[in-house]
Design a protein around this ligand. Structure first.
Ligand code: GLU
Length: 427
């Protein structure tokens, strides 16, 4: 199989819906590509005294509805096309969640686990040194993503504040608590996934108590999706699929009686690698990388990276699976999508399903602007309302237009962005 190109995938998804909507050629041309892209080099002094130069990116796909918004990824295999795809999906995500923001994404080609803490700090500050004139609370607001952490956001906020000469917490979200961060931001993406799963279960009349899920990924999203599935829905998570950075292989950690996410979190390092020996000792069975896809469960939650459900792997999905809830960005290729559609599996598309993170980021920036902070309860209640409304908006569209949930989500999002562009006289 040819290597997956995430941007190619994002454009194919968009084209399909643009055709269905009969979208005018000019609007299509604007939305198919990002409005602005920054490619830059970041020199970093390493601890051994040598100078290393890293490749950095920021892509602002569309900011008609408000400042560009989206995370920064630190990944060894980062490419400009991945960042373009993720920036594009952010535009649709903010529009579908109905928050007044556009879409952007950033990245650095680096495996963060190879850096010391001071090296990471210098790299984060270096990223801001290159980009600070083109980001800001009213222009473009980054956040964490794969490979970046709240602490990194704290350094970046500090660097921006120093360069701009004013304390500016709203330049970036996902900051640490006490440093301008919002309560609930850590849980937001994973819990948001579960709010949408809860609504889907109601619609499909699936009893959530005792329902079973398999989760791919045990980073921030997977961890809180697991906790939410168990604590909010009374369900059971039978496995988590996870990458091991030491032997550079992925495994499925299974437990028929149900995994204990809090225990697993206690044996997971900051890069999301689970301690295999401790897991085995606690009764977890280690299966191969794709075993999670084949589990006899009601809900599959891919919550790691793009392109895991392909034309090939989708064939492994168990006949009892009723819902695929996409916690990750872009986990399902168009080939796999066709199979899900045919099998009548209910899809909660990525930019709807995982919109809880950016929605809470929006709440964070609102709190930063007011300089007044909400309780965790207040944040999570508002988050639940936003996610539930977004889910039902998309469901309604899918019923009215008789289209698959992903296409319906695109329809809602494209319509909102198109309207904003028209109101501003762009198109
Ligand atoms: N990186 C997250 C996402 O893909 C969050 C973005 C944000 O909070 O701006 O949605």
């Amino acid at each position: 199989m040819a290597e997956l190109n995430a941007f190619d995938m994002a454009q194919r998804q968009f084209d399909e819906v643009a055709d269905q909507l009969n979208l005018e050629a000019g609007v299509r041309a604007v939305l198919r590509w990002p409005l602005r892209e920054f490619h830059f080099r970041i020199p970093v002094r390493m601890d051994d005294g040598s100078l290393k130069v890293f490749d950095g990116f920021r892509v602002q796909h569309n900011d008609a509805r408000g400042p560009a918004k989206g995370g920064i990824r630190f990944a060894g295999n980062e490419t400009i096309d991945t960042v373009r795809a993720l920036a594009t999906w952010m535009t649709w995500k903010c529009a579908v969640a109905d928050i007044p923001l556009g879409g952007g994404k950033g990245g650095v080609i680096v495996d963060p686990s190879t850096l010391s803490v001071p090296e990471k700090e210098r790299l984060c500050r270096g990223w801001v040194d290159q980009m600070w004139k083109n980001i800001g609370p009213r222009a473009d607001v980054p956040a964490p993503d794969v490979g970046t952490t709240p602490q990194m956001m704290g350094w970046m906020m500090d660097e921006y504040s120093k360069l701009s000469g004013a304390f500016t917490p709203g330049v970036i979200t996902g900051k640490p608590l006490g440093g301008g961060g919002s309560l609930g931001r850590t849980e937001a993406t994973g819990y948001g996934v579960i709010y949408t799963v809860r609504e889907a279960m109601k619609v499909l009349k699936i009893k959530s108590k005792g329902a079973r899920a398999a989760i791919h990924g045990f980073g921030n999203v997977g961890q809180y999706a697991a906790i939410g599935f168990i604590e909010m829905l009374g369900g059971k998570v039978v496995c988590v699929g996870c990458w091991d950075r030491h032997d550079r292989k992925a495994y499925t950690y299974s437990k028929e009686s149900g995994v204990d996410p809090k225990f697993l979190m206690s044996i997971t390092d900051e890069y999301g690698t689970i301690d295999k020996a401790k897991a085995k000792k606690a009764g977890y069975v280690l299966e191969d990388a794709n075993a999670w896809i084949a589990k006899d469960v009601d809900v599959l939650i891919p919550a790691a990276i793009e392109g895991v459900l392909t034309g090939e792997t989708v064939k492994k999905i168990h006949k009892n699976v009723k819902i695929v809830a996409e916690g990750a960005n872009g986990p399902t290729t168009p080939e796999a999508d066709a199979v899900l559609k045919k099998r009548g599996i209910f899809n909660i598309p990525d930019f709807l399903c995982n919109a809880g993170g950016v929605t809470c980021s929006y709440f964070e920036s609102v709190q930063n602007d007011m300089n007044f902070y909400w309780s965790k309860d207040e944040v999570l209640t508002k988050l639940d309302q936003k996610m539930t409304a977004a889910f039902h908006g998309v469901l309604e569209m899918s019923k009215t237009k008789k289209v698959y949930m992903r296409n319906a989500a695109y329809m809602v999002a494209i319509d909102r962005v198109n309207k904003a562009m028209k109101l501003r006289g762009w198109v």
